[in-house]
Design a binder for this molecule. Structure first.
Ligand code: ZN
Length: 317
């Protein structure tokens, strides 16, 4: 049985609790960092109101060759969880994590994805590009393609990894993260159906395109589009004259109908290839980054929809 004194003490504690509740801890958002804009969109969809998100590489920017700033180190230092793509996409990240002194958990969002290797058709990096020796020193670029998000099936794996990473850092949010991930995954299912239908509607002999760097390999493998790129899977290595000449010959002999610009790469190379090969420029595809607020691809779902419209527009005749 409770004594009067115990009850009194409890009442005092309850009375005191409004003052204690002014501590921001119960409502503070989980500080989270995503390495680039597309991944940031996934994290935002799963984290919702419970997180405060900082993204390192912003819209229309190239993650392959990004140069971190002191402000980025501050973002990492303040974070509890850091989401990265992995597969060699953010070559600068390990050093930045170390330099920042962050205690955050680093979650690789592509964990469990089957990595795609570059096909034999693509130019190989057998000749080291001039002036790039330092960038290449100490790590192996290898043949692994990091652009796994371009397959919507893979995007669902990103979402599951993000959900699990957020729950590990903030167990109290488990129900919210689980529900958000499920709702967003349902949208991705719908998107995947749209993408498959859009590519299936393009005449088979037209399902071949050129982009400046090899960012759509997972997309092509998943939906049946053949892609060639003079630059390989990273924008770090420039296309050699030999690679460009080979692509131009392939466009002519294989009658590849269209070449596409990308929002993160310089249009000059693709423009030149179009001029010399007679292929049309089919438009701009969003490869490694979302658009800014004024653009047509402010979210992953809008990006994929925009890309399939561009493809269908140029390849359906
Ligand atoms: Zn890329």
């Amino acid at each position: 049985m409770l004594s009067r004194r115990t009850l009194l003490a409890a009442a005092l504690l309850l009375g005191a609790s409004p003052a204690l509740a002014q501590s921001p801890a119960p409502t503070a958002k989980l500080p989270v960092v995503a390495s680039f804009s597309i991944l940031g969109d996934f994290v935002k969809n799963v984290g919702g109101d419970r997180i405060s998100l900082a993204t390192i590489v912003g819209p229309n920017s190239d993650t392959h060759v990004y140069q971190p700033t002191p402000n980025d180190a501050k973002k990492l230092a303040a974070a509890k969880v850091i989401f990265v793509n992995g597969l060699g996409f953010e070559g600068w990240m390990d050093r930045l994590v170390k330099a920042s002194g962050t205690k955050a958990t680093v979650v690789v969002a592509t964990k469990g994805i089957t990595p795609r290797e570059r096909s034999k058709d693509e130019p190989q990096e057998d000749e080291a590009p001039k002036g790039k020796k330092d960038a290449h020193a100490g790590h192996d670029h290898g043949p692994i393609d990091p652009h796994a998000w371009q397959s919507v099936a893979n995007a669902k794996i990103y979402v599951a990894n993000i959900r699990d990473g957020l729950i590990a850092a903030d167990p109290a949010g488990k129900d919210v993260y689980t529900a958000n991930a499920a709702a967003y995954t349902a949208k991705l299912d719908q998107l995947e159906t749209e993408v498959k239908a859009a590519i299936a509607a393009i005449p088979e002999q037209n399902r071949r395109i050129i982009t400046s760097h090899d960012a759509f390999g997972y997309f092509g493998d998943a939906y049946g589009l053949k892609l060639l790129a003079p630059e390989g899977v990273s924008t770090e290595s420039e296309a050699s004259a030999k690679d460009v000449g080979k692509i131009i010959r392939q466009i002519k002999t294989q009658k590849i109908p269209a070449v596409f610009l990308e929002n993160v790469t310089n249009p000059r190379l693709v423009d030149r290839i179009a001029k010399e090969s007679g292929a049309i420029v089919g438009g701009t595809l969003y490869s490694d980054a979302l658009s800014d607020d004024k653009g047509p691809a402010t979210s992953y779902i809008d990006m994929e929809r925009y890309n399939i419209r561009q493809l269908a527009g140029a390849l359906t005749k």
